[in-house]
Write a protein that binds this ligand. Structure first.
Ligand code: AHR
Length: 515
C-alpha cells in the first residue's frame, strides 16, 4: 500500500510535469498600441581597439581593401543589409576625453591623442567628425554623438552642435564649410557625457544633474527653427535607481529627451570567462545576467513613471551586450572577443525584452559594432565575417517601427544545478503591410521546446520562418569557417486555425512571418 501511494505520487508528479512541459503563448493581435521604435536596433562605435581604426576605417590610401574615403565598403554594405538605424560615437569612456576640434581640417595637421582608456595607444585623429558623419550618410544610419562633459567645456559641446547642425552664417558653420561641408548634417541624437558616475567624471547624481542642465542650455543650434535635438542624459549603471530618480527629479523635462542606462551581461568583472570555451554553468550565468534586463527596465521605468507618467522621456539602453575575457593573445585593452550562439540567444532574448517595454525604451545600442565586445562584424585585414549576433539583428529587423503585439508567455524552465531560468522568450509585432512577425528564442542548450501559440484577434492563412541555430552553444563563425552559423529557412511551425505549434531546437532563435 505504501509502495502504491508512493508510485501514485510519482504518477501525479509525472502527469503534472507532462502538462507543464508544454510552453504556452497567447498573442493578442488586436491589442497592439505601441510602436517598436527602430532605434532600439542601434549600435555603438567607440575609439577602442580595432573598432574604428581597422574596423570601419582603413585609410584613404588603402588599395587592398575596397573603401570610400577610407571607410571599408564590406562593413558599410553589411550594416545597410542589417538595417542599422543609428550609430553612437565616439564613446563610451573615450567620449569624455575626445576633443572634436582636433579631428577636423586637413588630416596631416591634426594633433595626435593618446587613448588613455583603451590601451594607451596613440591615435592620429584621422577619423573625425566629417569622417563619421559622412560614413553615417553612406550607411544610411542616424548618428548619435556622445559629447565630452567629463573633460570638455560647455562651449566645446555648444560649438560641436553649431558645427554639425547650424544652417546659417556662424563661426562654426563657416568653419564646417571651409572644411568641405557647406550643408549641415542635421544630427538629432546627442549624449550629454557618458557614464558620468564613472569614467565620465566620477560625479554624484545631484552634481551631474546640475552640469546636465548647464550643458543642455547651450546645445541650442538646431538646423531648422522647428526641429530640436534629442538630448540623452548619462544614465545609471545597472540597478542604480537612485541615479535615475535624481535626474528625473532635478532636470526639467523640457530639457531632457532621454535618460540612458547601461547593463552588460558579465559574470564577474574580475573573471569574465572565455568567449568560446565556456562551460554550461558560465553560459547559464551569462543568460541570467542578460534576462535581468527585464527587471532593470521595469524598475527604472517605475521611477520614471513617477515623474513622467506620460512617458515623454525615453529610456535609452545605450550600452548592452555580453562581455567576456579578451581572446587569448590579444591586447587586453582592446576588448576583442569572439561571438557564439550564446550571443545570438542573448541578443534575441534582449530584443524581446526591449519590445515588451517599447513604450518607454525607444532607443538602445549594442556594444559594440565591429571588433569590440558583442560585435556584429569582425574584421582581420581584408577579411570580414558576420557573427551570430549579426544574423539575429538582421532577422529581427522586421520588427523595426512595427506595432508591438502583447504576448503572455508560460515557459518551461531551463535548469542548471539549483537555479532555473525561463527557457523560452517570445515577442511579436505587426508591420505596416499587415504582416505579423513572431520571434522565439530557446535558451536551453540541451532540450528542444514545443510551444503552442494561441493567436487571438487575427486570422492567419500561412506561416513561414527563419532559424539561427547550431549543434553547440559554443559554435561561432571564424575567418577560416565564416558560414558555420547562419540563418536557414524554418519548417518547424504548423498553423491550424488560431493555433500555431512551433518546435524550437536547443539554443535557437526563430522569426516567423504570419500572413
Ligand atoms: O563599451 C566599453 C565601455 O563600457 C564603454 O567605453 C563604457 O561606457 C562602458 O563602461
Amino acid at each position: 500500500m505504501k509502495h502504491f501511494l508512493k508510485s501514485t505520487g510519482i504518477i501525479v508528479l509525472l502527469a503534472s510535469n507532462a502538462l507543464f512541459a508544454q510552453n504556452q503563448v497567447t498573442l493578442s493581435a488586436d491589442l497592439g498600441k505601441h510602436t517598436i521604435n527602430r532605434h532600439i536596433y542601434g549600435h555603438f562605435a567607440e575609439h577602442l581597439g580595432k573598432c574604428i581604426y581597422g574596423g570601419f576605417y582603413v585609410g584613404e590610401n588603402n588599395t587592398k581593401i575596397p573603401n570610400k574615403d577610407g571607410v571599408r565598403m564590406d562593413v558599410v554594405n553589411a550594416l545597410k543589409k542589417m538595417k542599422i538605424p543609428n550609430l553612437r560615437w565616439p564613446g563610451g569612456c573615450f567620449a569624455d576625453t575626445y576633443q572634436w576640434k582636433d579631428g577636423i581640417g586637413p588630416k596631416a595637421n591634426r594633433p595626435k591623442i593618446v587613448n588613455v582608456w583603451w590601451g594607451n595607444v596613440t591615435e592620429d585623429n584621422s577619423f573625425g567628425t566629417h569622417d563619421f558623419l559622412n560614413m553615417c550618410e553612406l550607411i544610411g544610419t542616424e548618428p548619435y554623438l556622445a559629447g565630452n562633459v567629463g573633460s570638455g567645456t560647455v562651449k566645446d559641446l555648444s560649438d560641436w552642435v553649431q558645427y554639425v547642425n547650424f544652417k546659417g552664417v556662424s563661426p562654426m558653420s563657416d568653419l564646417r564649410a571651409k572644411n568641405g561641408r557647406p550643408e549641415p548634417w542635421k544630427v538629432r541624437y546627442w549624449g550629454v557625457g557618458n557614464e558620468a558616475w564613472g569614467c565620465g567624471g566620477n560625479m554624484k547624481p545631484d552634481y551631474y544633474a546640475n552640469i546636465y542642465r548647464q550643458y543642455a542650455t547651450f546645445m541650442n543650434a538646431s538646423w531648422e527653427n522647428n526641429e530640436s535635438l534629442f538630448r540623452i542624459a548619462s544614465g545609471a549603471s545597472d540597478n542604480d535607481y537612485q541615479w535615475t530618480e535624481t535626474l528625473m527629479r532635478e532636470i526639467p523635462h523640457k530639457m531632457l529627451e532621454g535618460i540612458a542606462v547601461h547593463h552588460y551581461s558579465v559574470i564577474d568583472w574580475k573573471q569574465k570567462g572565455p568567449s568560446t570555451t565556456f562551460t554550461e554553468e558560465l553560459y547559464f550565468k551569462t543568460m541570467k545576467e542578460a534576462l535581468l534586463m527585464d527587471e532593470l527596465i521595469t524598475r527604472h521605468s517605475t521611477v520614471m513613471d513617477k515623474y513622467d507618467p506620460v512617458k515623454k522621456v525615453a529610456l535609452v539602453v545605450d550600452e548592452w551586450g555580453g562581455w567576456y575575457d579578451v581572446e587569448p593573445g590579444t591586447n587586453p585593452g582592446f576588448l576583442f572577443q569572439q561571438n557564439t550562439m550564446r550571443d545570438a540567444v542573448l541578443a534575441g532574448a534582449t530584443l524581446n525584452i526591449f519590445h515588451k517595454h517599447c513604450e518607454r525604451v525607444r532607443m538602445a545600442n549594442l556594444a559594440q559594432v565591429v571588433n569590440v565586445l558583442q560585435s556584429v562584424i569582425l574584421t582581420n585585414e581584408e577579411k570580414m565575417i558576420l557573427t551570430p549576433t549579426y544574423h539575429v539583428m538582421e532577422m529581427y529587423n522586421v520588427h523595426q517601427d512595427a506595432t508591438m503585439l502583447p504576448v503572455a508567455v508560460q515557459s518551461n524552465d531551463y535548469v542548471v544545478g539549483n537555479e532555473k531560468l525561463p527557457a523560452v522568450s517570445v515577442s511579436a509585432s505587426r508591420d505596416k503591410n499587415g504582416l505579423t512577425h513572431v520571434s522565439l528564442v530557446n535558451i536551453d542548450p540541451n532540450k528542444p521546446q514545443e510551444i503552442t501559440v494561441n493567436l487571438r484577434g487575427m486570422k492567419a492563412s500561412g506561416v513561414t520562418g527563419r532559424i539561427l541555430t547550431s549543434a553547440k552553444v559554443q559554435d561561432y563563425n571564424s575567418f577560416e569557417n565564416p558560414g558555420k552559423v547562419q540563418p536557414a529557412s524554418f519548417n518547424g511551425a504548423n498553423l491550424n486555425g488560431e493555433v500555431l505549434k512551433v518546435k524550437l531546437p536547443p539554443v535557437s532563435v526563430v522569426v516567423l512571418e504570419l500572413k
